[in-house]
Design a protein around this ligand. Structure first.
Ligand code: NG6
Ligand code: CA
Length: 507
């Protein structure tokens, strides 16, 4: 019996050697090695401290932890900005968003802010023979102004490099509350056309402001226009009843689309941008996650998002793709508790620290605005490690271009592929950070925030935006919480930082 087995093994060996010359990979293997799939999993408002692998104990995120602990976990990984639209702009174009005056939080009616002629991550991938897809939150504008939501909406993701798109136009708290597939509103009844207006209500429409009795989630600030599914939103919407999404099903809905995308394109190299909506407001966990965190809906949707990531990873595993897929996970900006609805986020936070040791939060030039969970995972390829390299999402376009042999074009991002692959501890030397149109400079371990007028605390969201009439200078290596302003005591360092900042900003 043993002899038979040996014979069989020998035969198998000869057979393999016969089909490909020794030492050379088969064509299939070659293709696989040359064209790894790339998936960017992007969360919305997830803070540096919201992931248990980043030191948090009160909230458990086992599936994100598996990526963080099995790949490169960056401790100095940044979104380019402290709000969504500019960060997404930088991620997809590799450009500093403060160079584009339109890269600010957009209403649902805003035109597309990425020029169809500029280089983008999906375009670069498509040029390298990749199938490219986006599933989830868009918030980069659609159309060229005055969008008619009842016709094909363009330009949008499909015109800047995505061959397939399944998106919500802006945010969960903004109208239109519908999904678009490749530019068409899904499930639209032509007899019930959609009308959208961000200034004026349609006469017969109830609003959060005038009809509190119809509201199931109370608004705290903003968010008092058209009510959809009991939730008052930003902006007015009329019609499109059948096309409206179900908030509690949104996570499952996007997950299934992301999984389907993988299954549909597993036989060709693909790039998927999976842009999840959690934990942005309104936080609407599916009933099976309600109460799971003990922190109210904000904690519950983080657990929901973590579960989705686990399910998505299962799909990659089942399809046999994990060893040929680079997965990057990050968040578009830092955390906020009360972002406009009463949802117990503040009341039930307990000892959880969404920003970890960092100061500020979403909208802030302090670290918590832009320093976010940032993970690169590739099974069998990237060695598990913690990296202190300074990296920004803007660097993904040129770095992934280097991975797949593509051309990134002339962008502000840097090719930091060795850092993303865990082969080098060196990241960028400096980075200009942006928060609600203000900018600051990180260089080495130092941060310089120029003087800005404005409140020290944003009253409604209870976040310190980083404003001061004085220059601020912090040494993050000894003061990660930005408590000691060293500007007065270290004028040389301040001068050096200001000069470097002005040079990059072109001032
Ligand atoms: C703000 C909204 C906030 C959120 C944010 C965008 C108000 C008062 N606040 O204007 O709730 O929607 O925009 O968040 O309307 S982001 O993550 O998409 O940038
Ligand atoms: Ca966001």
């Amino acid at each position: 019996r043993f002899k038979n087995l040996l014979l069989l093994a020998l035969c198998a060996l000869f057979y393999t050697c016969g089909s490909t010359p020794e030492g050379e990979a088969s064509e299939e293997e070659n293709n696989a090695a040359e064209k790894p799939n790339v998936v960017v999993i992007y969360l919305d408002d997830l803070g540096y401290g919201d992931v248990s692998a980043y030191g948090q104990v009160s909230l458990k995120t086992p599936n994100i932890d598996a990526l963080a602990n099995g790949g490169v976990r960056f401790t100095n990984g940044y979104a380019s900005s402290a709000t969504c639209t500019p960060s997404r702009y930088a991620l997809l174009t590799g450009m500093y968003p403060w160079k584009n005056k339109d890269a600010a939080i957009l209403p649902g009616t805003a035109p597309l802010i990425i020029s169809t002629s500029q280089p983008t991550l999906p375009k670069m991938m498509a040029a390298e023979g990749y199938h490219t897809g986006v599933v989830g939150k868009w918030h980069l504008g659609l159309g060229s102004g005055n969008v008619n939501w009842n016709e094909h909406v363009s330009p949008g993701p499909n015109e800047i490099g995505f061959k397939h798109s399944y998106i919500m136009a802006a945010t969960q708290d903004r109208v239109p509350t519908v999904y678009l597939e490749n530019g068409m509103v899904e499930g639209l009844d032509p007899n019930d056309p959609i009308e959208i207006d961000y200034k004026n209500n349609f006469d017969d429409q109830p609003t959060g402001k005038d009809n509190p009795e119809l509201v199931e989630m109370k608004w705290h600030h903003g968010h008092n226009n058209t009510i959809v599914n009991g939730i008052p939103r930003i902006g007015y919407m009329k019609g499109g009843e059948k096309a409206k999404w179900s908030d509690v099903d949104m996570a499952d809905h996007f997950l299934v689309r992301a999984q389907q995308y993988v299954k549909d394109h597993k036989d060709e190299p693909f790039f998927l941008y999976y842009a999840m909506q959690q934990p942005h407001v309104p936080r609407t966990p599916h009933p099976r996650f309600v109460g799971k965190s003990g922190m109210g809906p904000r904690g519950d949707v983080i657990i929901e998002a973590d579960w989705c990531i686990g399910e998505f990873m299962k799909t990659l595993r089942e399809e046999g793709l994990l060893e040929n897929t680079l997965i990057v996970l990050s968040s578009d900006n830092g955390p906020v508790l009360n972002d406009g609805y009463y949802d117990d986020a503040v009341e039930k936070i307990g000892d959880h620290k969404p920003a970890g040791p960092l100061r500020g939060g979403k909208y802030s030039l302090f670290e918590a605005g832009t320093r976010v969970p940032f993970i690169a995972y590739w099974e069998g390829k990237i060695k598990p490690q913690v990296s202190d390299a300074l990296v920004c999402q803007m660097d993904l376009l040129p770095s992934i271009a280097a991975l797949v042999g593509g051309d990134a074009g002339a962008v502000d991002g840097k090719n930091l592929l060795p850092a993303f692959m865990g082969e080098s501890a060196t990241g960028r030397e400096e980075l200009v950070l942006e928060a609600t149109s203000r900018t600051a400079l990180r260089k080495g371990d130092w941060i310089m925030i120029p003087p800005y007028k404005g409140p020290a605390v944003m009253k409604q969201v209870q976040i310190e935006p980083g404003n001061s009439l004085e220059y601020q200078l912090y040494n993050l290596s000894e003061d990660i919480g930005q408590q000691n302003n060293l500007a007065a005591e270290n004028p040389e360092k301040l001068a050096e930082m200001v000069a470097a900042f002005e040079e990059i900003r072109g001032e």
